[in-house]
Design a protein around this ligand. Structure first.
Ligand code: FPP
Length: 255
């Protein structure tokens, strides 16, 4: 397997950078438990790590950061934890959107937001509207999101177009279906990071991760800092992305 070596001592700035990083932020509960704190405190600390990750990406000119904040399966958590998470989302949006806007961040929410409290939905809508024209970077936050939901939703929309006579079934291919998915207008994720030690995709961007480099770390999300992000980027820079080609073809294309 031929791999591009990461030069010893090479700074991140000289390395090949991902355009889009997608993260499963796992380990907030364990972070709190280790400190004999309620799980909620781990989520609060997790918000600080979100802030750091956004600042990091902005500084490194990473174009898109997608974060899995609440999966469609997270409703199965104890009602009290779900309630506290919802409060945290509301409070975080109220507190952070102005600062994100000032820093040129365009915010997007992906997932079925219709299940959320109208107050939270309207905060999401107004954050998107306020930051829509920003070009510094895109922060996509997945809420009540599931990769299977995303694909099923896209299929449903195509079926509606067929039913209305706007689309022929034989014109449906992976490119056409891909156009109906969330964040289809953004570059596909180059690098997926999951903290917290589990090595799973857990129904995150199933379609969009087809060719994404996967990176897993045992660090708990509240402990994920700039050094840890540097390490993930170094790992990414050392990989050869082949997109189905041979290593020799990729090398020849680069020469
Ligand atoms: C997973 O850790 C974390 C979550 C389900 C919630 C993540 C949410 C935040 C960090 C807040 C982000 C807020 C915004 C507005 C972006 P876990 O509870 O599964 O941890 P465990 O595996 O240790 O139990």
């Amino acid at each position: 397997m031929s791999q591009e070596p990461v030069q010893a001592g090479a700074g991140i700035a000289e390395q090949r950078l991902p355009r889009h990083v997608a993260i499963i932020m796992d380990g907030n509960g364990r972070w709190a438990k280790r400190r004999m704190l309620p799980r909620y405190m781990g989520h609060r600390e997790g918000v600080k790590a979100v802030r750091r990750a956004v600042e990091y990406c902005r500084k490194r000119n990473i174009e898109v950061l997608t974060l899995f904040a609440f999966s469609s399966e997270n409703w199965r958590r104890p009602e009290s934890e779900v309630g506290l998470l919802m409060e945290l989302f509301v409070r975080t949006l109220r507190k952070e959107v102005a600062r994100l806007h000032k820093n040129g961040v365009c915010m997007r929410f992906i997932g079925d937001r219709s299940a959320f409290d109208p107050k939270l939905q309207s905060l999401m809508d107004s954050a998107e509207a306020q930051t829509a024209g920003n070009t510094g970077m895109t922060l996509a936050i997945a809420v009540n999101y599931g990769g299977r939901w995303d694909i099923a939703d896209a299929a449903r929309r195509l079926a509606m177009q067929v039913a209305r006579g706007e689309l022929e079934p034989q014109d449906i291919d992976s490119e056409r279906l891909g156009q109906e998915l969330s964040i289809t207008d953004l570059p596909e994720p180059d690098l997926f990071i999951r903290t917290g030690g589990e090595q799973r995709i857990s129904n995150f961007l199933l379609w969009q991760l087809a060719y994404t480099e996967l990176y897993f770390t045992d660090l708990l999300w509240p402990d994920f800092n700039a050094d840890a992000f540097d390490e993930a980027l170094r790992s990414f820079a050392g990989r050869q992305r082949r997109f189905g080609q041979t290593g020799d073809q990729v090398e020849a294309g680069r020469a």
